[in-house]
Design a protein around this ligand. Sequence first.
Ligand code: ARG
Ligand code: GLU
Length: 722
Amino acid sequence: MNIKSFKIILVLTLFLFPATRADEGMWIPLLIEKYNIKLMQEKGFRLSAEDIYSVNKACMKDAIVQFGGGCTGEIISSDGLLITNHHCGYSQIQKHSSLQNDYLTDGFWAMSRKEELSNPGLTVTFLKRMEDVTDKVMQGVTDAKDNNEREKIISSNINEITASATASTGYIAIIKPFYMGKQYFLFVNEIFRDIRLVGAPPSAIGKFGGETDNWVWPRHTGDFSIFRIYAGKDNKPADYSVENVPYKPLYHFPISLKGVREGDFTMVLGYPGTTTEYVPSYHIDMIKNKFNPNMIGIRTRKIEIMESAMKSDPMIRIQYSSKKAGLANSWKKWIGESQGLEKMTTIAKKQEYENRLIAWINEDSGRIEKYGNMLSDYRELYSLMSQFYVVNSYTNEVFFNSGTEAIAFARNIKPLADLYKTDFNEDQENVTKINLLESGKNFFKNYNAETDKKLFIALMTLYGENVDPLWQAPEYVKLRNSCKGDFASVADKLYSKSIFTNEARFSEFVTGFQASAVSKLNKDPFFKIALSVSDYLSVNIRPELTRINDSIQRLNRKYMTAQMEFEKDRVFYPDANSTLRVAYGNIKGYLSKDAVYYSYFTTLRGIMEKDNPGIYDYDVPARLRELYRSKDYGRYVQDGEVPVCFIADNHTTGGNSGSPVINADGQLIGVNFDRAWEGVASDIAFNPEQSRNISLDIRYALFIIDKFAGAGYLLKEMTIVQ
Ligand code: ARG
Ligand code: GLU
């Protein structure tokens, strides 16, 4: 091709696809007007930046909450009705479930406000306003200051700013660093704490496809649950009380029945947790080649053990389903992430970028002085970091995080034992004992000693094989030597002896605990290991990890500055940090692999295609089958089918679960709940070709509420746009 025809094609391409700039990015609501609104409108958005975020008028931000610690939810009625994911409400639904009222299996619908169920401890957080406070936070900080001193000044500035931001308002203020600490924003929040469960579909709908379909498109999950926010009579946050009334929000989302088409504008507003888009190649190398393989390996084993126990006994299924789901969710994501990084050759691309950056640095003596050692410092730090980080994570997986459960649980008794080292009064002793007995109840409710024994044998062996002897905790080494590495030979004895493997034994021990019991405790094999591992981590591993991490953070700030100077014309979005963000793009299918193209939506027909009563994850409820057979779809159809899920290229991550998916007119069209497998590495590198967020079509939620559950009365308080 000659230059001229190339130029013509280039011009044509630009002309034909004016708005196909990649939809990467999680943007700051306050800065939409400045950086994004033009492009958003080019992509089809018909409203203004003020409609999303404003402090002068009611707007979308007033209908979005951070739900619990790690999800998002949105308000869909003037009476404080809220929708989020089923997996976000899962633990609340589980807490209200019993064998008589198994809401996880059967679903739950409050048929009147009186029947709504309260959830102590659950909160939702509204953002009232945000502000760039970088200058105030950095007051008195200079480059010359060492890290400690720097942190001290910053945290004292932060305390002052947050105190004055909330004085006598009842609001809560927090300040979060952006761009690796180059910028700081203040968030003033209002937190409600009387949140009631209104409805949830059965797991066979809300978790349809289970772990099999998790992180995968095409998807058919009705992943939603409904709550209501209650407030005091003054419409302000209040502790639970029967006197409380439904919260009157400043704004709620209208719901669109118009449907979604390929190419439509979509926007996701929510609370993404963590991304690392601007890290050096060394970090990605650590994740892809050390952290992920180690963690995937150990979790594969844990999950296998739990799964086979769950298959053998319905009681164990109930006890371990939530633990296993937690382990499997990240496990599966890490696998997809590593594959994605490999396929995109992300490390090589980053290295190539770093080489260009180094060349640019070397062009100028000022830059050499500022940034000259940056990448070689990174290399050194990451070679240390990857050791300590992996040892720390691996050790936690073995001993604590749904690993050998009795060892993890044994740690809880330490505060009681410690009491006897000091002066204490009887009240303290009683309270500590009551708390312990309570945590024992919770622990043993979901505990099966035989399963734990299998975990113990497998995990002790793996720890010995995969953690350098240099970094193994002393009590573990003693145990291994005494059984010559054959943990199966000692497991029965340890499990029948330990205080922490049997509820009756544990309760009796705690109830009768006194000073003389400390020496018995100190002989318990699992308590000994738990203490030894904890001490070992906190003396030998974590301080190093913190030290290395501090140095990396300091370099990160520099590296971010260098990247911003190097790419002067690029608008950088900050990494996710659990603050409200705006992601936008279009509804779009994708090419999954050679010759396999996935279209952008799924329907009820696909649920019936998966239907298989013999497979737990695909067992469609009879009532849903019936609705399908009789085609009793009501108004929840598009082209004759009931829509279930759709995908778009909005940039999202963990924490965006439950986020509202909004159309060009600001109406709710879906609820975000997952990402597609092929693009799951987008926390590190977004791939416009394959990174897709997966959303529940709001019409499927309405269909389930109305036609399946017979709770159509709830729709009356929503604003539904035909
Ligand atoms: N992968 C989704 C998210 O990270 C959904 C998890 C819940 N669903 C499930 N089948 N485990 O968190
Ligand atoms: N399921 C995730 C969550 O719970 C959202 C999916 C993602 O990581 O994008 O937040």
